[in-house]
Design a protein around this ligand. Sequence first.
Ligand code: FES
Length: 114
Amino acid sequence: MIGNWLDIGPVTQIEPGTARTLPVLGCEEIAVFHTMRGEFFALRNQCPHKQGPLSQGIVHGDVVTCPLHNWNISLRSGKALGDDEGCVPTIPLKVDAGRLYLLRSAVVTRAEAA
Ligand code: FES
């Protein structure tokens, strides 16, 4: 079970309302968000509009506003909200005993394929 999940460190590394990026070998950069409600989400760090760095956006509720052109992206689904259309891949994440884990297969599939 543990082998399916990649330990990416303690939950305390990300302040509520902010995000951290995670370079993953052979894969696109991942952004891990901590909401003010205490939830964590992981998405590819690329806005579906023009690849803006979502990790630098403003987090409100379970939404991040892209820093480039203010699209609102759902952290839950990766989908653009409102009139905008597009979707960014999300990565399954779990919190266990104060640490963050990403689903290994969602992170390393591309790296292994490369
Ligand atoms: S790149 Fe994100 S809104 Fe344009």
